[in-house]
Design a protein around this ligand. Structure first.
Ligand code: SF4
Ligand code: F3S
Length: 108
């Protein structure tokens, strides 16, 4: 399955959601996740993300491996809704796109 990782936090560009044939992205306040049981591994979304946040679970860096479980948990959070249409990124996306350590910012 493919996984949304730390660069997405506080940016949320949403370019990824429009290409997904399974519509399996879920949205929270400042992050998106992929539902691991719905993703068909097509990899279409990977190139769409301007900050390279989407990676395959088999090639994920060890420092980002905890995002596999974060995607599973938040995709099953009833407060997180399926998102299929693009929307503007978060207001401070340019600043946050340059930051790499953002997990503490994640709003669940
Ligand atoms: Fe959707 Fe394909 Fe990306 Fe999985 S890999 S989230 S199915 S676009
Ligand atoms: Fe996030 Fe990249 Fe999609 S920033 S919302 S994974 S395009």
């Amino acid at each position: 399955t493919f996984v949304v990782t730390e660069p997405c936090i506080q940016c949320k560009y949403t370019d990824c959601v429009v290409v997904c044939p399974m519509d399996c992205f879920f949205e929270g306040p400042n992050f998106l996740v992929i539902h691991p049981d719905e993703c068909i591994d097509c990899s279409m979304c990977v190139a769409e993300c301007p900050v390279g946040a989407i990676v395959g679970d088999r090639e994920i860096a060890p420092q980002q491996a905890h995002f596999i479980e974060i995607n599973r948990q938040l995709a099953n959070n009833p407060d997180w809704q399926r998102i299929t249409a693009r929307k503007p990124p978060l207001p401070d996306h340019e600043h946050w796109a340059r930051e790499t350590v953002k997990l503490a910012q994640l709003e669940r």
